[in-house]
Ligand binder design. Structure first.
Ligand code: ZN
Length: 440
């Protein structure tokens, strides 16, 4: 039987258990799945297929998995930089959201985010925002894989003016999208332990549990938050969530900057995942998350860009580079975070943290065909000794040539096949004008 798509003539980073690298590989894809992946003998003919991608000596690897972002915040890229988190959030971001976030702006800016992600090699994202229905519509149109969390917060929010409607709104969102698309998994995202009451947190988590979806929450992002939790409840932020009984293996904790060894032990014992966002943490000067200790404790840790207001892009190559270098610098130890560990965090470990590792994160027969091809014809690629070193320290978003999600080519030779950039920019232009007018 002919394959639907064959990718051949590339150096394949499988990102499997042994971090196997095939020097000259061939991957056969049937429908949305990987049928086989192995060595290609150039003397043998290429099997018949409906479509081919000749990697031309480039690197083929699993699509990148961005496990923490807020897609519509592309709209606020560069709106307010160089500020402390509380000032940034309360004086700039929350007011901008109140004034400019509606279903149309969420859709337009999420679509912009999808284009940026595909062009930079991300094939799966894990998001949380308000009006998540419209994020889902954009993601659905773009053909990107995503876990999408409807935001829950104890304040009036876009789409949910009365916070007491939060859970009903989140439940509607999950019911609407559960099983609707192979690529979209709905989720519930509580903003944080300091913007949601204990009752809200418990109710939202038990709702997520009863619906069988991922529960996401920002936790221990700043020293202020950690101090506040200790003085108010007598617990660390992680200890407080555990005291509420809401941590389990279907929980994704985001940031985890202010944690001690006891917190790490709690998370490891509960089996929760962790999203590490080094660029956002650096830009907001939140601190350095103890990620090497989390990895040592066996916690599944993935990388996230966070929203574009605190990064200011969705580029996972930047994030990989930052993750590797931040921990080396902080520990004064160049061995503490090596390139393989970082590639794993950006792919398979990230997928594990959001409960999708049975589907994605590595190139293995039976898994979903989500992968990218990095061009061989780039000065920063030459010479090549260790592919994972190139990916983490030398490659950039523009080196991604092709992208495939669930067996479908979503970018070929840097051209998006399912999105029109001019149309997307035209959708953002009036929103940018309105935000600028508000700044005057
Ligand atoms: Zn965030």
């Amino acid at each position: 039987m002919a394959c639907d798509l064959i990718i051949y003539n590339g150096i394949v980073l499988m990102v499997n258990d042994h971090f196997e690298i095939i020097k000259n590989g061939i991957i056969c894809i049937q429908g949305d799945r990987i049928e086989s992946a192995g060595h290609w003998d150039k003397n043998c003919p290429i099997p018949p297929a409906r479509e081919y991608i000749d990697a031309e000596g480039g690197i083929v690897m699993p699509g990148l998995v961005n496990i923490h972002t807020h897609l519509p915040m592309t709209l606020f890229r560069g709106l307010a930089d160089d500020l402390p988190l509380d000032v940034w959030l309360n004086k700039h971001i929350f007011p901008a959201e109140a004034a400019h976030i509606n279903q149309d702006s969420v859709y337009a800016s999420a679509l912009l985010a999808c284009a940026e992600m595909i062009l930079s090699g991300t094939t799966t994202c894990c998001d949380g925002y308000f009006l998540e229905n419209f994020v889902a519509e954009a993601v659905h149109r773009a053909g990107i894989r995503a876990v999408l969390g409807q935001g829950v917060i104890d304040f009036p929010a876009p789409g949910v003016p009365n916070p007491s409607d939060n859970l009903a709104y989140a439940e509607n969102f999950v019911q609407k999208w559960k099983g609707k698309s192979e690529l979209i998994q709905p989720s519930i995202f509580c903003h944080s332990p300091y913007t949601c009451s204990g009752e809200t947190l418990k109710a939202a988590q038990s709702l997520a549990e009863s619906l069988g979806v991922l529960f996401q929450i920002h936790v221990a992002e700043t020293r202020w938050e950690a101090d506040q939790m200790r003085s108010k409840y007598g617990f660390s932020p992680v200890g407080y969530l555990d005291h509420l009984g809401i941590l389990d293996r279907h929980t994704l904790m985001v940031h985890g900057v202010w944690m001690d060894d006891r917190d790490i032990d709690i998370i490891a014992a509960r089996g929760s995942g962790m999203a590490h966002n080094p660029e956002s943490n650096m830009k907001l000067a939140s601190g350095v998350a103890p990620i090497p200790a989390c990895l040592k404790a066996g916690i599944p840790v993935g990388l996230g860009t966070d929203g574009c207001a605190s990064n200011n892009n969705l580029d996972m190559f930047d994030e990989m580079d930052a993750a590797a270098k931040l921990h080396k610098t902080f520990a004064c130890d160049p061995t503490i975070m090596n390139a393989r560990t970082v590639v794993r965090m950006a792919t398979l470990d990230g997928a594990r943290a959001i409960g999708l590792d049975h589907l994605i994160g590595s190139i293995e027969p039976g898994k979903q065909a989500d992968m990218i091809v990095l061009s061989a014809d780039r000065p920063n690629r030459i010479p090549l000794f260790h592919p994972e070193s190139y990916v983490v320290y030398a490659a950039g978003a523009s080196d991604v040539r092709d992208a495939v999600i669930a067996g479908r080519i979503v970018m070929k030779n840097r051209k998006l096949t399912c999105l029109n950039l001019h149309e997307i920019y035209a959708g953002i232009a009036p929103l940018q004008t309105a935000i600028k007018q508000g700044l005057k």
